[in-house]
Each structure stands twice: as structure tokens, then as C-alpha cells.
Design a protein around this ligand. Structure first.
Ligand code: DQA
Length: 147
């Protein structure tokens, strides 16, 4: 079965209470349940994780390469400045795996520092601005690409 790691970066464990007007009222558990349901519908083996720690996120991206798992990644604030995360993402797509960058909000419509994604250039594609639906769309894109 096609494996997908849904990886979430810093502060996304606070979903539900963190700026709900920007990120919505659903929690990380809701996000994980949405991904599990969508994965089951699409015949994907999906595992959702979240970390505030850059090294942990790098390790998970390396694991994706080694286990040949596709990736849905919300790098959160790392999006805007982490060349280490970018370089790890480049290993994922460089290995022929699909990596979809996801954002709940639309960073392009927010503060200027959010307009830069250092990850976008090494991602297969990006979905932003559709809340939890963005994760569903990303999983659909992976299912379509890997059939
Ligand atoms: C985010 C957007 C980022 O700018 C921000 O730092 C986040 C969440 C999003 O999902 O909209 O933490 O990635």
C-alpha cells in the first residue's frame, strides 16, 4: 500500500485554540482524523505527526526517504526560513517521492515575512488557504500521482 507521512511543524499542536480566526477551531486530533478518513477512502496508509522541534522534523523527512513514503508537509514557521528543512525536502522529491506543501491559511495574503517559502521550490506542489480541506486535497493529489 502507498504510504504517506503527514508532517506538521511548530505550533500546530495548538490548533483549536491558536488564532482560531486564522487557523480555524479544529484541533490537531481533528486534522489527524480527517487525514485517516481520507487515507482510508483513497487506499493510502496515512500517519499524522506533529513536532515543534526542527531536528525531529528532519529525522521524519529522512525516514520518508528511507521508507519510500510520500509526504504531506505543513512546515509552519519553518516554511519561511529553514534551509535545513528545505534540504531535507529536496531529498524526498529527489528520491522520486511526492511532497505536497500545505498551509491552513494563505500565507501570500498575510504578513510579508510569510510570502517567502524556502520549501516551495523543492516541493511537488503547494496547497494553501483551504484549512483542513488542504490536507484532503494533498492526499488526493498523492493518490492521483501514485496510481
Ligand atoms: C501556516 C502558515 C505559517 O506562516 C505559520 O507560521 C504557521 C501555519 C499555515 O498552516 O497556515 O504556523 O503554515
Amino acid at each position: 500500500m502507498t504510504r504517506v507521512l503527514v508532517l506538521n511543524g511548530p505550533n500546530l499542536g495548538r490548533l483549536g485554540t491558536r488564532e482560531p480566526e486564522v487557523y480555524g477551531s479544529e484541533t490537531l486530533a481533528d486534522l489527524a482524523a480527517t487525514c485517516a478518513r481520507t487515507g482510508a477512502d483513497l487506499d493510502l496508509e496515512v500517519e499524522t505527526r506533529q513536532t515543534d522541534d526542527e531536528a525531529t522534523l528532519l529525522g521524519w523527512l529522512h525516514e520518508a526517504v528511507d521508507s519510500r513514503s510520500h509526504v504531506v508537509l505543513n512546515p509552519a514557521a519553518f516554511t519561511h526560513y529553514s534551509y535545513a528543512v528545505r534540504d531535507a525536502c529536496a531529498q524526498v522529491t529527489g528520491a522520486g517521492l511526492v511532497l505536497v506543501e500545505v498551509h491552513l491559511s494563505n500565507p501570500a495574503a498575510r504578513e510579508t515575512f510569510r510570502h517567502t517559502s524556502v520549501v516551495a521550490g523543492v516541493s511537488t506542489g503547494t496547497v494553501a488557504g483551504f484549512g483542513l480541506d488542504g490536507y484532503r486535497l494533498a492526499l488526493r493529489a498523492i493518490a492521483a500521482r501514485t496510481r
